[in-house]
Design a binder for this molecule. Structure first.
Ligand code: SAM
Length: 286
């Protein structure tokens, strides 16, 4: 079944009485060039198991299943399950979980479904919940080598910004802490049904094998980063003092030791400076 043919997709959806839910971020890809490229950049190949989030009618799922050994996909909308049984019926290497990705046991899915395979995540993410999903996938420390996702263009710019630049945010630091982010290609709003009000872009995060910090240090690092960026107009010292309750003088003395200006804002610090500062301030907090 050609899942990028609008007539075919409309027909299967109407036969199942399906109408699009805006609230679930349902914009399905109808451009035949996009999914093969996401699958190829996303490591869908022999010897790999791919976890997909949000199948829609299965247009990306199908491209993943044609290349990888196994595909497991989590889709929240139960109305799509009978649709997928029809659109993906010819494949015997796809497993669909009718669950909310934020609540699903992804460790269990990966260990049960992908034993002996290298593992990656691919998705055209629902835009209402892009950052929480990406941070959940990273913070859960899933045994995956890469995360390749389509997101809103503005979100992609923030994810791919340089840590320490004005364009960076807590999510920029988050993804760069866990791995290396690459911007892959842009996708026009016309490539979707229904067409959203924004353009999109595909990015890949290649996950580092070794964590940079121990678990308790990591916890404080993210607490500090979230606090600093939630008050990004304030100086770092003011933000951290009010939100983390660390004495201002302790922040000043940490900054002096690291040869960073006392009036610095968090967005100006690069990854090494952020890590050094958090290691220094963890001691003050304890
Ligand atoms: N992969 C399809 C495509 O590219 O055409 C659909 C992408 S659409 C942007 C996002 C999909 O994610 C929808 O099918 C939606 O129902 C699903 N979704 C939304 N929130 C979800 C959640 N919390 N957990 C799992 N799936 C979700």
């Amino acid at each position: 079944m050609n899942l990028t043919n609008i007539g075919v997709v409309k027909d299967v959806l109407s036969r199942h009485g399906f109408n699009f839910s805006k609230g679930l971020g349902q914009n399905f890809i109808i451009d035949s060039d996009i999914c093969p490229r996401i699958a190829e950049y996303g490591n869908a190949a022999q010897g790999w198991g791919i976890l997909e989030i949000g199948t829609g009618v299965g247009v990306l799922t199908k491209e993943l299943a044609m290349r990888a050994d196994k595909v497991s996909a989590v889709e929240i909308d139960k109305r799509l399950i009978p649709v997928l049984a029809e659109t993906l019926g010819e494949f015997n290497n796809i497993k669909i979980y009718n669950e909310d990705v934020m609540k699903a046991n992804l460790h269990k899915i990966i260990s049960e479904d992908f034993s002996g395979l290298r593992t990656a995540i691919c998705a055209n993410l629902p835009y209402y919940i892009t950052s929480p999903i990406i941070m959940l996938l990273l913070e859960s420390r899933l045994p995956v080598e890469s995360i390749t996702v389509m997101v809103q263009k503005e979100a992609a710019q923030r994810l791919c910004a340089k840590v320490g630049s004005r364009e960076s945010g807590a999510i920029t630091v988050g993804v760069n802490y866990y791995g290396t982010v690459t911007s892959l290609f842009d996708v026009s709003r016309e490539s979707f049904m229904p067409s959203p009000n924004v353009d999109s872009a595909v990015i890949r995060i290649d996950i580092d094998k070794q964590p940079r910090l121990a678990p308790n240090e990591e916890k404080f690092f993210f607490k500090m980063v979230k606090a600093g960026f939630s008050q990004r107009r304030k100086t770092l010292a003011n933000g951290l003092t009010s939100l983390l309750g660390i004495a201002k003088n302790d922040v000043y003395s940490a900054l002096r030791d690291l040869e960073i200006s006392e009036s610095v804002r968090m967005e100006a610090l690069d990854m090494e400076q952020l890590i050094a500062l958090s290691l220094r301030l963890t001691k003050e907090e304890n």
